[in-house]
Design a protein. Structure first.
Length: 489
């Protein structure tokens, strides 16, 4: 059962609260739209994996300022008594829309959209980004490692190298969502019902008089999951021969060898796995697993497989749980529309920057995904205004929103349309049932199957079109032109 009930209300930056007090003092109860999105795929990837929504839901459900919270804020001498009184009865009353966990996503698409009174929406920024940024980063990194393994099982082994308990706990959850077959983190297993994987440490072998005795005792304890770590002393001259001796004794005793084999954790894993495979096969243990660990990542796994490595089960820790080569996801939370409480229509808002990548897409938006009808692969995504509709039976021209000369035509009848965002909260009430993690993993695997192989390349992947609808593009252009005219004045 998932962990619930954790109050993270003060997991926020101070300026969220000081801005809230400013809105409160001005009696500003405007309804606003904030988008949480990212600008570049992490790790140079061709896509990202959305993750963390369940923790966002739990965070929102438990948003409340306790007596102790209010007393602490009072001690800062920054906030008025009227505002503190408001906080003491605070609850979220807005609406949230999001892309479900496990979905493949692309830059500039809103992963989460908050529609709420401005004070309520402002408060969510820091915690929401913390949750979505971390889990989406680790899920994306894990998807790369799983892709490199090319069908072999990948086990998440990163707890001891994660940046703190939460990073290990939720990072393991995200890794399983993205395709890891299990984790070593027992608390993740308990909280979300994901498979636990593990063998034993070198200390187990060293605690016995000799390696053979250590292996023998382990096989007696765990005959149905006997994976022996063979590199404590001498992999090929001691470890593998002692493991084979134990396997022979198990077979002679009539024990069924269901899941058994060896783990390599140091040295030249490619060479050692090839030699170990020969030794195991020569004794009739052709179905024995060879598992490998030792600072692995997607690049090393790819290289080892190209070299004919015989490892078929990969334990990946540090480089996965920390996303070592790309330690941040870069998600942001931006105001994109605003209206008075009694108004029907939102006024689009835009953030302008000399850095064109930081110019936001204005308005209350949603996302449509277009699939090739024959292959089921993603053709393009379209960010559009809420209420826009598109017809599968009409031609649709998709433009690159930056390099507009790049375009493709989706011919009528050749594509299918899916709207990605779903309601999560409506008027403060949760309307979304969070799936089980292993169900999210199945969904994520099917999502990855909708990507073209060129997009899944680890290096220089093919870009997926993410276009703006004509209406949204026109609004953005109008706001940019207006801002330019005002600057000239």
């Amino acid at each position: 059962m998932a962990e619930t009930g954790r109050n993270l209300t003060l997991l926020t930056d101070l300026y969220e609260l000081t801005m809230m007090q400013g809105y409160f003092n001005d009696n500003n109860d405007d309804i606003v739209v904030f988008d949480a999105f990212y600008r570049e795929n992490p790790c140079g990837n061709g896509y990202a994996i959305a993750a963390g929504l369940e923790q966002v839901v739990d965070y929102i459900k438990n948003l409340r300022f306790t007596y102790e919270d209010v007393e602490y804020l009072r001690s800062l001498n920054l906030f008025t008594e009227d505002f503190l009184k408001f906080l003491s009865s605070y609850h979220f009353s807005g609406s949230i829309y999001a892309i479900p966990e496990g979905t493949v996503v692309f830059p500039r698409e809103p992963l989460v959209k908050v529609v709420a009174p401005i004070m309520e929406a402002q408060l969510l920024e820091a915690a929401l980004l913390n949750i979505i940024n971390h889990q989406s980063l680790i899920a994306t990194k894990a998807a790369r490692v799983v892709h490199a393994a090319a069908g072999d099982g990948v086990m998440e082994f990163g707890l001891r190298r994660a940046q703190g308990p939460d990073a290990g706990l939720y990072g393991a959850r995200a890794a399983v969502i993205a395709g890891c077959v299990g984790t070593s983190c027992v608390l993740t297993g308990e909280n979300w019902g994901v498979p636990l994987k593990g063998t034993h440490a070198h200390s187990w072998v060293m605690s016995f008089p000799d390696e053979y005795t250590a292996f023998k005792k382990y096989s007696e304890l765990y005959p149905e999951a006997c994976l022996l770590l063979v590199d404590t002393y001498d992999t090929l001259h001691s470890g593998v021969p002692n493991a084979i001796k134990v396997f022979k004794e198990m077979r002679a005793a009539g024990k069924e060898l269901k899941f058994y084999g060896i783990r390599l954790d140091s040295g030249d894993l490619t060479y050692l796995s090839k030699e170990a495979r020969k030794m195991l096969d020569a004794e009739g243990f052709t179905d024995a697993v060879i598992s490998g660990s030792s600072d692995l990542d997607e690049y090393l796994i790819t290289s080892m497989k190209q070299e004919g490595c015989k490892i078929t089960s990969w334990g990946v820790g540090t480089n996965l749980i920390t996303s070592k080569d790309c330690p941040s996801f870069g998600g942001v939370y931006k105001l994109v529309a605003q209206k008075k409480k009694d108004e029907e229509e939102f006024t689009p808002k835009i953030k302008i920057s000399e850095n064109t990548a930081k110019i936001t897409n204005p308005g209350n938006k949603t996302i449509f995904r277009f699939y090739d009808k024959s292959s089921g692969k993603i053709k393009a995504d379209l960010i559009a205004l809420v209420g826009e509709e598109f017809d599968e039976n009409k031609d649709l021209v998709i433009y690159d929103p930056v390099d507009t000369w790049k375009k493709t035509t989706l011919e009528a009848g050749s594509f299918k349309i899916r709207e990605l965002m779903v309601p999560v909260f409506e008027n403060g009430i949760c309307v979304y049932d969070c799936p089980e993690v292993m169900d999210i993993q199945k969904y994520c695997n099917s999502e990855k199957d909708t990507l073209w192989e060129e997009t899944k390349r680890l290096v220089n992947p093919s870009k997926v079109y993410v276009d703006l609808s004509d209406k949204l593009y026109d609004i953005k252009t109008e706001l940019l032109n207006k801002a330019k005219q005002n600057a000239v004045k």
